[in-house]
Ligand binder design. Structure first.
Ligand code: ASP
Length: 592
């Protein structure tokens, strides 16, 4: 085989006159009645090659049999392209290779879709033939970017004194709020390993072991509803440190984030990263993942409405709820239908409805609810919402959680419609002091807000019976442009506090012992204060590439429903395998 002496994408005018050997794929083949042009592609790029029947009849004859995506080895001389035929769009566009030998290494049938074009291809087809999809230069660039990011992360972590430790994939359930993937244990049917939702317990136990600074590029597995930004298995930079406080962890991750983003992209950052407590973020933006690229803050107008006679607002306030306002700049010109669309969005987010005021260009106020408000109230509402002529002011009146969710939804919608966010800005923002617990309406019980291992603020453990909702923990997220990219906490390292938290989460003592006895015991055997965090690698790459679909930044992702159409997984297994595992499959009755 003719072995490569240079990559296609590396050829420049400096190579003119040299004889080179190239290996790669026929990106496109053009027969110009006599001359045959083959654009050869390897992972670095494209180079135009030419077979001339007069000067190299054998190479020309071989080139004549070549089709798109054949695998080739070629030898030839680099020359300048004739004047006027340069291709400025191609880094190699000044030169071409005049072929002297063409060695087909393998033929290729016509592909199920073209890799030489960026035309949209059905995603299922792309994933079924992911290895062809990844041949596209744009996809290779993402794999390479991901490689560069992970390499940079590793270097940064090593420089900071961390060591990388691998932790098991076959392990025991560790709660992060999702369902587990289970692996049956053949030697004792009925027992199962769980795939880790995070290496949480192992990294804490590594702190008890005295490792002090651990990290891992870790696969995590969570069986939860699929969304465009979620995969059943995903990758985190998992890290944990001993003898630290919250600020130490934030400093490491902030430094790392800035280092990676600045080295690998032209994205702008707001430095230092903003910091908001959870309560502030919820009050001002209705979410713990605010998009800080634009202002638009929620205004609590409960005070202005304290004496209101308007039933909808009155009812919400009297039952301990809130009334909050959000400004839609220029929204007064929306049609009735467009306002209905906004209302429906608020309803989908759980609100019963959306009240609004429209401020005409002249300053006059129009609104179906104007007649229920006093002049003073209307003026107060407009002032609180910082309304300007031409604006729509939206109001949601409900329980705080509903108000937050609906206005967050509307804020994102308004931001997107008015293109308020600078697409080249990554506005990272720390959210700190999360509640320890959230009330789970569906199951009527307390659940953890982050995971059960977050350390409550000093003294807050005493509120566990009297006012658990008021308990705050040293739990922090790093949000960016409206999504979450890292989540972590200072951990509990005292067994009595950890036990109290598990009890509150509804575990009885036997379950605590069975599921977490090893952790509690470790905390009695010299556990240092410690904490950590886990930024998402997939999400980081999405920030850098502007992809909104996580599947674009993972080499072999799953489709919706967790299906891999390339491997055909998940798939049935042999009856004998099931028998060995003591498993009988009971299919649900067919629908209908
Ligand atoms: N287990 C992680 C941590 O607190 C968070 C996560 O996996 O989402 O470090």
């Amino acid at each position: 085989m003719l072995k490569r002496t240079v990559y296609c994408g590396e050829l420049t005018a400096e190579h003119v006159g040299q004889t080179v050997v190239l290996n790669g794929w026929a990106h496109s083949v053009r027969d110009h009645g006599g001359l045959i042009f083959i654009d050869l592609r390897d992972r670095t790029g494209l180079i135009q090659t030419v077979a001339d029947p007069n000067s190299a009849p054998e190479a020309h004859a071989a080139a004549a049999g070549v089709h798109s995506e054949w695998v080739l080895a070629m030898e030839g001389r680099v020359r300048r392209r004739p004047a006027g035929t340069e291709n400025p769009k191609l880094s190699t566009g000044e030169v071409e290779v005049e072929l002297t030998r063409v060695e087909p290494l393998n033929a290729a049938k016509p592909l199920p879709f073209q890799v030489d074009q960026d035309s949209p291809v059905n995603e299922e087809l792309r994933l079924k033939y992911r290895y062809l999809d990844l041949r596209r230069p744009a996809m290779y660039r993402k794999l390479k970017l991901r490689n560069d990011a992970v390499r940079r992360i590793r270097d940064y972590m090593y420089e900071q004194g961390f060591i990388e430790v691998e932790t098991p994939i076959m392990t025991k359930s560790t709660p992060e709020g999702a369902r587990d993937y289970l692996v049956p244990y053949r030697l004792q049917p009925g027992l199962f390993y769980a795939l880790p939702q995070a290496p949480q317990q192992f990294k804490q136990l590594l702190m008890v072991a005295g490792v002090e600074k651990y990290f891992q590029i870790a696969k995590c597995f969570r069986d939860e509803a699929q969304r465009a930004d979620r995969q059943p298995e995903f990758t985190q930079l998992d890290l944990e440190m001993s003898f630290v406080e919250q600020d130490d962890i934030l400093r490491v991750v902030e430094g790392l984030t800035i280092d990676v983003v600045e080295a690998l992209s032209d994205k702008k950052l707001l430095k230092p990263f903003a910091r908001l407590t959870y309560d502030e973020a919820m009050a001002r933006f209705g979410t713990d993942k605010p998009d800080l690229r634009y202002a638009l803050e929620l205004a609590d107008v409960g005070g202005i409405l304290k004496d209101t006679g308007f039933g909808v607002f009155r009812g919400a306030l009297d039952s301990g709820g809130q009334v909050k306002a959000l400004r839609y700049p220029g929204g007064a010109s929306l049609s009735r239908k467009e306002i209905d669309d906004l209302t429906n969005m608020a309803k989908e987010a759980g609100a019963k409805g959306m009240a609004y005021l429209l401020v005409d260009e002249g300053g006059a106020v129009r609104s179906p609810i104007a007649k229920f408000l006093t002049e003073e109230e209307t003026a107060g509402l407009l002032a609180a919402a910082e309304a300007e002529a031409g604006d729509l002011i939206a109001f949601i009146a409900d329980k705080p959680a509903v108000v937050a969710k609906a206005l967050d939804r509307l804020r994102r919608e308004i931001g997107a419609r008015l293109k308020l966010a600078d697409p080249n800005l990554l506005a990272f923002c720390w959210i700190t002091d999360f509640p320890c617990f959230e009330w789970d309406e569906e199951y009527n019980r307390w659940t953890f807000a982050h995971n059960p291992f977050a350390m409550p603020h000093p003294g807050h453990i005493d509120l566990i019976d009297s006012d658990p909702a008021a308990m705050r923990s040293f739990c922090y997220d790093l949000a960016c442009n409206g999504s979450e990219w890292a989540s972590g906490s200072i951990r509990i390292h005292k067994p009595d506090i950890q036990r109290a938290i598990f009890r509150k989460l509804g575990y009885n003592d036997e379950q605590i012992e069975e599921q977490f006895g090893h952790m509690l015991e470790a905390f009695t055997l010299g556990a240092p204060p410690h904490g950590g965090i886990a930024p998402g690698i997939d999400r980081l790459i999405m920030y850098l590439t502007d992809d909104e679909n996580i599947r674009e930044v993972i080499a072999f992702p799953k489709m919706g429903g967790g299906i891999d159409p390339m491997m055909g997984s998940p798939s049935p297994v042999d009856e004998s395998q099931l028998k060995e595992l003591g498993i009988r499959v009971v299919l649900p009755p067919p629908p209908g």
